[in-house]
Design a protein around this ligand. Structure first.
Ligand code: GLU
Length: 389
């Protein structure tokens, strides 16, 4: 396992900032917190790191400006709140960073901007250009146009997607939670803090629970999902409390935080895109033999597929599941779903007779596939995850 490095030793860092850190429900923007954060960012940049910020707070800030009552907002209300709040949010970042002679550039993304390959490449090119000229991209979901089917909904996964998209080597999630515990600490006094997470195993996922506060959409669950996206493409992740002023300096000075090790396997940019897809179009359920073949780096043959779920087309991303129903890989399907159903469980040499044409031997070719979780949680990996009371 690679070991934890000081923040400034990373080449490119994505910092995700939760709404509750930036916005006070009564008074609006927390100016002094932002000021200290901008100083932290300037210090990282001075030491040579590229910095990207995924900033929440548009809806919370708009709510305060518009004096909307507490409680759930209707979609159009939250979109209007985001429209009002995003201007103020971007302005605050721009002014805060300009005090350190840093230029900020606003990027608003929707799910389609990262899920569709062509739009993904466009967004990536813009962000990379901002980094090239030394600017700090200030990124948020485009909440004014995003509706539930086409939205991330939480900035944890958006930040992870941005990290993989830009080849970042560190993602820092700052919120009101200082890291991962074996159980929710406010409910279970015996909960242990986890300082290092070598691999996101099913046990780690089970610890995530569902807690979320009024101001933020993500709880620990979306943070662990973010961790799977980021670490799966070789980017380390830190979950730390953003509550103290200058939380990045605090982390550098040893404040408590959970560190998720990046996976050791470097993957190609295309595979990074496949692994990070949030909405696979279907599922392929495998038998044990196929799981073993995939773990050994082989392609997925129709013979090892027990069931095909969903209505996908050739070239769409599908989730690949073990017999227990756990996702172990993602890949691009070589067949439409109805064809895949016809050839599932059959030998590759039978494909021509069944479909009437000689298709590809593999249902998902290994070049189009990326393992997203260990097929079985090995005890060695468990040992590497250190618990601290
Ligand atoms: N995009 C939302 C906002 O800026 C926040 C989503 C989140 O907190 O995860 O208000």
């Amino acid at each position: 396992m690679t070991s934890r490095k000081p923040l400034a030793r990373h080449r490119r860092i994505v910092i995700k900032i939760g709404s509750a850190l930036l916005v006070d429900r009564k008074s609006g923007m927390k100016a002094s917190w932002l000021e200290a954060m901008c100083a932290d960012i300037a210090s990282l940049k001075q030491r040579g790191a590229d910095v990207l910020v995924v900033s929440s707070g548009a809806i919370a800030l708009g709510r305060t400006v518009l004096d909307l009552p507490a409680g759930a907002l209707k979609l159009e209300e939250s979109q209007a709140a985001a429209a009002v709040g995003q201007i103020a949010l971007a302005r605050a970042w721009s002014e805060g960073l300009s005090r350190h002679s840093i230029v900020a550039g606003q990027i608003l993304l929707t799910l389609g901007d990262t899920e569709e390959r062509r739009r993904y490449l466009n967004a990536r090119a813009t962000i990379n250009q901002l980094l090239k000229i030394g600017a700090v991209p200030i990124i948020n979901e485009n909440d004014t146009v995003a509706t539930s089917e086409i939205r991330y909904g939480d900035n944890d996964r958006l930040a992870a997607r941005v990290a993989t998209m830009t080849g970042a080597d560190l993602l820092v999630l700052l919120s009101d939670i200082d890291g991962l515990y074996t159980a929710p600490p406010h409910l279970d006094p015996a909960a242990q803090f986890l300082e290092t997470i070598a691999t996101i195993t099913p046990e780690i996922e089970a610890m995530a629970g569902g807690a979320a506060s009024e101001l933020s959409r993500g709880g620990m669950r979306t943070k662990i999902e973010a961790g799977k996206i980021a670490t799966g493409s070789g980017c380390a992740m830190i979950i730390a409390s953003g509550k103290p002023d200058a939380p990045l300096s605090a982390i550098e000075n040893g404040a408590r935080s959970s560190w998720f090790a990046p996976s050791g396997t470097p993957v190609t940019a295309r595979k990074t895109w496949i692994a990070g897809q949030l909405l696979p179009a279907g599922e392929l359920h495998l038998d044990e033999g196929a799981v073993a073949a995939l773990s050994a780096g082989k392609s997925l043959l129709p013979a090892g597929v027990r069931a095909v779920v969903g209505a996908f087309h050739r070239g769409d991303t599908v989730a690949i599941l073990s017999p227990e129903g756990r996702e172990i890989a993602r890949g691009l399907a070589s067949y439409d779903a109805d064809e895949a159903r016809q050839i599932a469980g059959r030998k590759s040499k039978e494909i021509e007779a069944i479909l009437g044409y000689a298709g590809r031997a593999a249902m998902v070719h290994r070049d189009d596939m990326v393992m997203t979780a260990p097929a079985a949680s090995s005890s060695k990996r468990q040992e590497e995850t250190k618990a601290h009371a």
